[in-house]
Design a protein around this ligand. Sequence first.
Ligand code: PMP
Length: 400
Amino acid sequence: MLENLFAKRINKNIPSRLQGLFPETNFPDNISFGGGCPDEKSFPARELVNAYQEAIINEKEHSFQYHDVKGPERLREFLADRAQKKMGIANVTSEDVMLTAGGQQGIELVAKLFLEAGDKMAVEVPCYVGALAAFDVYEPDYYEIPMEDDGVNLDCLEATLKAHPDIKLFYTVPDFHNPTGITMSLEKRQRLVELANKYNFVILEDTPYRDLRYHGESLPSIKSFDTEGRVIFLSSFSKILSPAYRLGWLVASPEIKAELTKLKLAEDLEVPYIPSATVDNYIAHHDLDAHIEGLKKIYRQKLDKMDQALHAYLPADAKISHPEGGFFFWIELGDDANTSQLLLEEAIPNEHLIYVPSASFYPDRDHVNGLRVNFTGSSLAEIDEGCRRLGRLLNVDSLM
Ligand code: PMP
């Protein structure tokens, strides 16, 4: 009854992109390739418990008090150093690093800073569903730029910019893209910054999977080519340590960071002390990169297993992506396939298998012949069995 008091931008007729993304199933032999979950056995639980205790012991009663919006200085220094050494971003200090409640809050704050209803923004398609969910609230007009094997199609982006020079923001996941697993080439990273300078827009570079490369050589970040403070570099501890701390970080120009900080203050007042101090202590006493090397060993095996199993079980005409890192494979089927229907009517009830259908990754939810599968959250045996089930689904004449 009070719905007519809701803000105009709240459209209750459009279901959330995130709620219901992972349908519940109770089958004991269920296999989920759905969520972007890390391997639970990989969490350094004992070390994190010690780091948590240290956070409380150090600050005593004050640990339970309010703290500040910046979060631990030592952690921000660590990240500034990492941004320089691992991402190739020059002259980053702890003052340029902002801690956020997961990468997701960083995306949401950027959307809030730049977008009003009807503002134009460009996104890669398919596009990370959580980013679309954050952007949707601010009601932008989306311009969809298709992915190619070496990253987003920049000729298409440039043609779109020529036609719509008022596009303000471009969102990209250049490393092991969610959902396709594709990595943007070095040439495209450089040219993207040139386009941003020429056509006056901001790039949001979202990199939660960047450290998780299992094959090939790492590339400099897009932000490393930034000459005008137009690139916002965003990352997270979710995939390399644990998503439960809800800790992300970004590097932005002083002008942008100051406004994002004001918005964060209004949103949640501060970086929560206990999670951020726990991660800070963990990093101070352990080698994060050694932990990441351990993850890479586990995930490399899983990626190779899924690669082999998908090629063994799926129909020959299924187009399967070739990720060199990250969490996901992307599969495209023939034009007559409907993976949303297939999931609900066959994959879950008959095969006890979950994946994410492609519709979720498009602004208008109108591409229904693809799917995303995650390999990090399942065991090697589950990966094999899950791909076998997927193959059974796709080989039978059930494509709708
Ligand atoms: N960006 C991308 C591309 C992601 O895949 C995710 C998590 N699935 C996020 C951002 C947000 O992650 P978090 O808020 O846990 O850091």
